[in-house]
Design a protein around this ligand. Structure first.
Ligand SMILES: [Zn+2]
Length: 495
């Protein structure tokens, strides 16, 4: 049996001004051919695929096509989408004939020339493979599922948890593909689009309404005849014509059951919709005061408006400005993206003092630079080997450690992973567990600090990933959509 393997993933934030380019994919990891099998062994969706095949002792030939991941950031340029399409098409043509295609996708990528990148790439794959070769995709559950994706896929599985487990999702999707190839199941799909959005602060699957909705999917999956049930709470910053939440039910040749469960599951979350609109974030002034007053331990300040895992560029100065204003004297770690300052600091050298305008140069609709006098305390950066969100390494470009009073600031050329993993600081010889506060560029992915953080304070900061979705100038999203529009406008099926 011959199975092609590819992973093309990016999460688009429509409100980020920067563009995602081929170079962005190179920064995060762009591999072809056998290098994919070496790099992705044990990590990410492809690692999951390989593990699932080993578990089943599958007799097959893996045909690695492309591993292209670009994290979360702005809209793809048309040139980038064309590059990905060409690499995919050429790769598939080279390995024909094949029996199946494991095609890992994110599901919430948009390009300048097409708002449905995954539908576009699936159409390109179908032009090479025809209608018969089964294609199964592991997806991020923050995907925006479109009609074209449903029409062109034979099977799919969304992440079961936030924070995500891409390796596990890859395994589930691989087992689904193998079952289809063995003709053990005949996948039968029903899905519902749900006209709602929700901010990021109730997105953890371990608590609240999100847990209830995901738990229900697991209950359905325990029923006879159900292959998979995937809830898709779309990430909240994607302004595209088919945007909105969805649920996708796959049964073994039972359309009636699939339709009934899809209806029930969609209605369930629609009825809970208000409960997703509970905010936990506090104003920046209060957040810094609370953190400074904490008795002991490391306090995480979550910069919700500048989440690099949600697509913001990581150059917000909102919390930095407040830390300086309150003259915080305890040890604080924070990351910021500023290529210009990296260059100045490297030229000046370790031990020198520089006067710079720091940050606020990318998402300029939200942030402004802050003037600081800083000591250059270290030079580093480059590709760092550490598994973070399903990749085996990350690259933040060149980076420097600046000290401004008690603040230790890692300034990098690219966002990389923000400071969302302690290795960003350890790399400069700093142990985050000994700090008082760490600013994180995420509202959900606190897992890498779980063993050292004593408290998490979500900060209500403006930015491309802010929680106050009503403040964005939405242009493409289909209306009506909850909560932007009045209740009377929604379709009957969901009321
Ligand atoms: Zn996600």
């Amino acid at each position: 049996m011959r199975i092609a393997i590819a992973h093309i993933g990016q999460e688009t934030c429509s409100f980020t001004p920067t563009r995602t380019m081929i170079e962005t994919f190179r920064q995060f990891g762009l591999y072809t051919g056998d290098e994919i099998l070496q790099k992705m062994q044990g990590v990410g969706p492809i690692g999951g695929f390989l593990a699932a095949a080993a578990e089943e002792s599958l007799d097959y030939t893996p045909l690695p096509i492309l591993q292209a991941w670009a994290g979360a950031n702005g809209t793809l340029t048309a040139e980038t989408l064309l590059f990905l399409e060409e690499a995919l098409v050429a790769g598939l043509e080279r390995v024909l004939p094949i029996d199946g295609f494991f095609f890992s996708l994110h599901g919430a990528a948009a390009a300048e020339n097409d708002p449905d990148v995954e539908g576009y790439l699936l159409a390109a794959a179908r032009r090479v493979l025809g209608a018969e070769v089964p294609i199964v995709a592991p997806l991020d559950h923050h995907a925006n599922v479109t009609q074209q994706m449903i029409d062109l896929l034979d099977g799919l599985v969304g992440h079961r948890t936030q924070p995500h487990l891409p390796f596990e999702t890859g395994k589930l999707a691989a087992h689904q593909l193998f079952a289809i190839l063995r003709r053990d199941i005949q996948p039968t799909v029903a899905w519902r689009k749900i006209p709602m959005l929700a901010h990021q602060e109730q997105f953890l699957t371990s608590q609240g309404p999100m847990k209830e909705w995901f738990d229900r999917a697991r209950e359905y999956e325990s029923q006879a005849g159900v292959v998979s049930v995937s809830p898709f709470p779309m990430q909240p910053w994607l302004d595209v014509p088919e945007g909105g939440w969805a649920t996708v039910v796959i049964t073994d040749d039972d359309q009636t059951l699939a339709e009934r469960l899809a209806d029930e599951h969609a209605r369930m979350v629609w009825e809970m919709r208000d409960r997703f609109w509970v905010y936990e974030s506090v104003p920046v002034e209060e957040a810094v005061r609370q953190a400074a007053a904490a008795q002991r331990g490391l306090v995480i300040l979550s910069d919700t408006g500048d989440s690099v895992f949600g697509g913001a560029p990581g150059d917000s100065t909102q919390i930095l400005r407040e830390l300086l204003r309150q003259q915080v004297s305890q040890s604080v770690l924070l990351p910021i993206v500023d290529a210009e300052v990296v260059e100045i600091a490297i030229r000046a050298g370790v031990g020198s003092t520089i006067q710079v305008e720091l940050g606020g140069k990318l998402a300029t609709a939200f942030h402004q630079p802050v003037a600081v006098s800083a000591t250059v305390a270290g030079i580093g950066g480059g590709r760092i080997e550490a598994e973070v969100v399903g990749m085996e390494s990350f690259n933040m470009g060149r980076a420097v450690l600046l000290e401004v009073g008690a603040l230790k600031i890692v300034v990098s050329e690219h966002e990389g992973i923000g400071g969302n993993h302690p290795i960003v600081y350890r790399h400069f010889g700093i142990e985050p567990a000994t700090a008082k506060m760490v600013v994180m560029k995420t509202a959900s992915n606190f897992q890498y600090y779980a063993d050292m953080a004593s408290a998490i304070i979500r900060v209500n900061t403006p930015g491309p990933t802010m929680s106050h979705l009503e403040e964005f100038a939405w242009q493409q999203i289909p209306r009506p959509i909850y909560p932007l529009d009045g209740a009377a406008a929604y379709p009957k099926v969901l009321t």
